[in-house]
Design a protein around this ligand. Structure first.
Ligand code: ATP
Ligand code: MG
Length: 414
């Protein structure tokens, strides 16, 4: 589980703020659910046969012997909360959330045991317009962050009803080829054969490739919905690839599923994945509510932004206050508060624990300051202050303390 250090968090924060702005622009509202839920919630929603539930969850018994798990994804918790708080009665909802998820996986670049997701979920919308909106929203995020080389893959898993027929055809196909299946897949053949299509075992690539395809077995309703979505995307000139083997790693999906993938991140190709889950709310004891959602893997997104060469996009001007001598130190604290009152978007660092002018200038330099303010005995005596532009190697000016705020505003251009 990685620790995020200040140096990398600069870019994280700037990506976060861009993403949040776009979410609110599409009228999504934030929701925060607990990191812990009953294990049963994930078993019932994500599915017992999925990798996530069967191998990757952090589960433990609490003091009352109740099994709890660290959340491996967000949708289950959001649906649970929505039912509990009556948020799905006769209303539509659009929620976003952001935070850590936990999966016991083999750690490697782009794959961690604690990672972060941005999640979007929309409830109560039946037509394909909302499917399109989620895709347009995510696509706007990539555009705004300067992320290129990312492609949209789409599939439809049909309604639960239409999947029954397909399931039988799939079982028959794999039953004739059990020699080509690994142990996991043989187990899934009985309980959840569609999971086999999600296998990452390269030795099974051929048998999966030739398997019957869900989109040849869609019912009319699912097909109309999917075609409706494609029309929207064509209208917006969003490019996509139809991938009949895209089934996603969680069991609750219906109809539309999609992933945004890239070839820039090695084996960890999926940056965002999602789809409809029209049966889930009811399955968990709520009303029959249409639903769709998707999750962006934040680490992978930040990595892509970094690769695109765009760095911290909201660098705030930085001021360092140098003060030498007891009186200067006392005065500098007073001036620092005054500057912070006036320039809320600036970073103001006040030198602490003394040091010579030379040492303090070195600190100002290391802190990558734009401006240094200088107070010594001489300045205190004359009610003046030194001001120096650090980055252009500019000369040091001495000004009256009354003119300080004006002069800072002038130098940082506000
Ligand atoms: P993968 O196929 O890479 O294992 P997944 O299908 O298990 O992904 P989802 O459950 O759809 O992933 O989660 C949505 C997104 O969260 C993924 O597309 C990915 O960007 C990110 N993600 C999932 N697991 C991890 C992880 N262990 N570390 C970092 N990011 C992850
Ligand atoms: Mg996974």
């Amino acid at each position: 589980m990685p620790t995020l250090l200040p140096a990398e968090l600069k870019l994280w924060q700037s990506v976060e703020s861009t993403v949040k702005k776009i979410l609110s622009n599409y009228a999504f509202q934030e929701i925060r659910t607990p990191l812990l839920e009953r294990t049963e919630l994930f078993q019932r929603t994500i599915g017992e046969q999925t990798d996530v539930v069967s191998k990757e969850m952090y589960s433990f018994l609490d003091r009352k012997e109740q099994s709890l798990s660290l959340r491996p994804e967000a949708t289950a918790g959001v649906v649970r909360a929505g039912i509990e708080h009556g948020l799905f009665h006769n209303q539509t909802q659009k929620f976003w959330s952001m935070g850590p998820m936990y999966r016991y996986e083999r750690p490697q670049k782009g794959r961690y045991r604690q990672f972060h997701q941005v999640n979007m979920e929309a409830f109560g919308y039946e037509g394909p317009g909302i499917d399109a909106e989620l895709i347009l929203l995510t696509s706007r995020i990539w555009r705004k962050l300067g992320v290129e080389d990312i492609q949209l893959e789409l599939n439809s898993l049909g309604t639960a009803e239409s999947r029954k027929g397909y399931r039988a055809i799939l079982v028959e196909y794999f039953n004739d080829r059990t020699d080509s299946l690994d142990e996991d897949s043989i187990l899934r053949l009985e309980k959840n054969p569609m999971r086999i299509l999600d296998s990452k075992n390269p030795e099974m690539a051929d048998v999966i490739h030739s398997a019957p395809k869900m989109n040849d077995h869609l019912d009319q309703e699912s097909e109309d919905h999917f075609n409706g979505l494609l029309e929207y995307l064509d209208g917006h000139r969003i490019q996509y690839v139809l991938n009949p083997r895209l089934v996603r790693g969680l069991d609750y999906y219906t109809k539309t599923v999609f992933e945004w993938t890239t070839d820039k991140l090695g084996a960890q190709a999926t940056v965002c994945g999602g789809g409809r889950y029209d049966d889930l709310v009811k399955q968990l004891g709520g009303k029959d509510v249409f639903a769709i959602g998707c999750a962006i893997g934040f680490e992978r997104l930040v990595e892509l932004v970094e690769l695109s060469g765009k760095k911290d996009q909201n660098g705030h001007p930085k001021i360092y206050l140098v003060a030498v001598g007891d009186q200067a130190e006392a005065k500098s604290s007073e001036l620092a508060e005054m500057i912070r009152d006036q320039f809320e978007d600036c970073v103001l660092e006040l030198n602490q624990d003394g040091g010579s002018f030379k040492q303090q200038f070195k600190r100002a330099d290391r802190a990558e300051s734009d401006i240094a303010l200088i107070l010594g005995d001489e300045e205190i005596e004359n009610d003046t202050i030194g001001i120096k532009l650090m980055k252009e190697g500019g000369d040091q000016e001495t000004i009256s303390q009354d003119k300080l705020l004006e002069s800072i505003a002038d130098k940082i251009g506000v």
